[in-house]
Design a protein around this ligand. Structure first.
Ligand SMILES: *[C@@H]1O[C@H](CO)[C@@H](O)[C@H](O)[C@H]1NC(C)=O
Ligand SMILES: *[C@@H]1O[C@H](CO)[C@@H](O)[C@H](O)[C@H]1NC(C)=O
Ligand SMILES: *[C@@H]1O[C@H](CO)[C@@H](O)[C@H](O)[C@H]1NC(C)=O
Ligand SMILES: *[C@@H]1O[C@H](CO)[C@@H](O)[C@H](O)[C@H]1NC(C)=O
Ligand SMILES: *[C@@H]1O[C@H](CO)[C@@H](O)[C@H](O)[C@H]1NC(C)=O
Length: 460
């Protein structure tokens, strides 16, 4: 389509110059799924529980519909998107014409780092390149279609990574799209039924090596995999290199989007579908990637307040996800001028306020023997060495909270996080069921808004 053309010299890069992901036979991980799947997930990831997803790119300029804007406009020609362009832009305007308008003039990576730190998140995942192919770092393989040559004129990935590492102990991760909607090399491989790998050789593999070597991400969040088999992307070769020899081989975690039919079956942690939240315990570590703006990952200028999840929604998602062995990856979309708008900032800071009081029931927990209560709705359980936790989404109308699952004994004691005195409760030793008398609070003495956590010591 109207993607910038590659300069002729790109075609001259000797394809065989590097065997990119060379794996020697004695290496620990071999390029097959059995071997790749046998790698234990680095422990920091499961302990983290909560991360922030950031969708930022040229699509943040039109900031209309969603981050699939280019595809909606030129691919499927979605009527409202076509009309939006006709009404607001000159005839002949192309998608790449948006790139110079992606200026990020207010982008202050230190300010972003402060907000992320205040949110309590333990990792972030930034779009290094979405399906539009624009790289947020100065890629040598994305000529005139990267954030240094056009638009921001800076290394967005590098600048954010530096600020995060300077100011926080948050793990820095990168999203990366395997395919690009309109890359002519990709489209040619696709026309050849993926029997050729021109795009992989000239764009995909060199770019993956670039981001891993330059930015040492602790997460590679792969996407855009579904049109082609993993053997076209050479995913297992890449992962074997990543796990055996890359500079992040001991810390990096990856997801499951590595080729058609691979999701939910192979790779690191599972994402299955966007906004995956099964509501029941999953054996394999998984992640619920979801958006605060219900309908878009990229920033949407015309989103009304009702389209944003509120704190009750977000805490419920965090609690249900963590109880069932998932991590929550909560998405924000910054603006083309580089701001995290106040509604996103407010949600992030509120999460942090809640986690300051209740993080003990989230971070470094494991699933308990039950995930939610059997009697009272809206109760999600987690577990630790010293206690189990009931996350209570709704305050009981009569102040009496019925927990159907925990089994008390003579040593059982219950507390509310953020409130130091033991709670009154009743129940029968060795029988499931505890009734907790909730403390009397005035609005200013409530330990937190939104949801309350009962810490249960010595219960079965
Ligand atoms: C890609 O996979 C094929 C088949 O497994 C292999 O022959 C080739 O060397 C791989 N290429 C790279 C760059 O790893
Ligand atoms: C690192 O953080 C400190 C304290 O917040 C700040 O003053 C300094 O400018 C930062 N350095 C860089 C290289 O960003
Ligand atoms: C790709 O596959 C389709 C359907 O199987 C076939 O019609 C077409 O000829 C193939 N194209 C190439 C370039 O192999
Ligand atoms: C517990 O969760 C399951 C699965 O999400 C749901 O079907 C069930 O209704 C929940 N139990 C209660 C009491 O809300
Ligand atoms: C809770 O965690 C502790 C410590 O790991 C463990 O001993 C206990 O069995 C767990 N309880 C349940 C019900 O999972």
């Amino acid at each position: 389509m109207d993607r910038p053309k590659f300069p002729p010299f790109i075609g001259l890069i000797p394809v065989l110059l590097v065997v990119f992901f060379a794996v020697c036979s004695s290496a620990q991980y071999q390029p097959n799924w059995n071997s790749i799947d046998s790698r234990p997930l680095p422990a920091w990831y499961d302990q983290s529980k909560f991360g922030i997803f950031i969708h930022w790119g040229v699509f943040s300029v039109p900031s209309f519909d969603n981050e699939w804007f280019w595809w909606k406009w030129k691919g499927i020609k979605q009527a409202d998107v076509v009309k939006f362009m006709e009404d607001n832009y000159r005839p002949g305007f192309t998608y790449p014409d948006f790139a110079p308008m992606f200026k990020a003039e207010f982008f202050d990576p230190n300010q972003w780092a402060d907000i992320f730190k205040a949110s309590g998140a333990k990792y972030i995942v930034l779009t290094s390149k979405h399906h539009e192919g624009f790289t947020n770092w100065p890629s040598k393989y994305s000529w005139n279609w990267n954030s240094m040559d056009v638009g921001p004129k800076r290394d967005l990935v590098g600048d954010l990574a530096a600020a995060i590492r300077n100011k926080t102990d948050i793990h820095f991760g990168l999203y990366h799209s395997l395919f690009e909607w309109f890359n002519p090399l990709y489209l040619q491989d696709k026309a050849n039924n993926f029997t050729t790998q021109e795009y992989c050789e000239k764009v995909l593999w060199p770019e993956l090596l670039e981001i891993v070597n330059a930015y040492k991400p602790d997460v590679i969040w792969s996407d855009g995999e579904w049109e082609a088999p993993d053997t076209y992307w050479n995913s297992t070769e890449f992962l074997a290199w990543l796990y055996n020899s890359s500079p992040v081989k001991d810390t990096v975690v990856t997801n499951d989007r590595w080729g058609a039919g691979i999701r939910c079956h192979h790779g690191g942690y599972y994402t299955c579908t966007d906004k995956y939240n099964p509501g029941v315990l999953q054996k394999h570590k998984w992640e619920n990637c979801m958006t605060i703006d219900k309908v878009s990952w990229g920033y949407r200028r015309n989103a009304p307040l009702a389209d944003y999840l509120d704190m009750d929604d977000l805490i419920e998602l965090l609690a249900s996800t963590v109880s069932c062995n998932g991590n929550l990856l909560m998405n924000i979309g910054p603006t083309a001028d580089g701001r995290i708008v106040p509604i996103f900032e407010e949600r992030l800071r509120s999460m942090g306020d809640w986690l300051k009081v209740n993080g003990e029931a989230i971070f470094e927990t494991t699933p308990w023997r039950a995930q939610n209560d059997t009697v009272t709705k809206g109760i999600w359980y987690t577990n630790k060495t010293t206690a189990a936790y009931a996350i209570v989404l709704d305050w009981p109308a009569d102040n009496q909270l019925v927990l159907g699952v925990p089994i008390p004994n003579s040593q059982t004691s219950l507390f509310m996080l953020g409130y130091n005195q033991p709670l009154k409760w009743s129940g029968i030793t060795s029988k499931p069921g505890i009734t907790v008398t909730m403390p009397q609070f005035t609005p200013d003495t409530l330990p937190c808004e939104w949801a309350w956590v009962i810490q249960m010591k010595m219960v079965q």
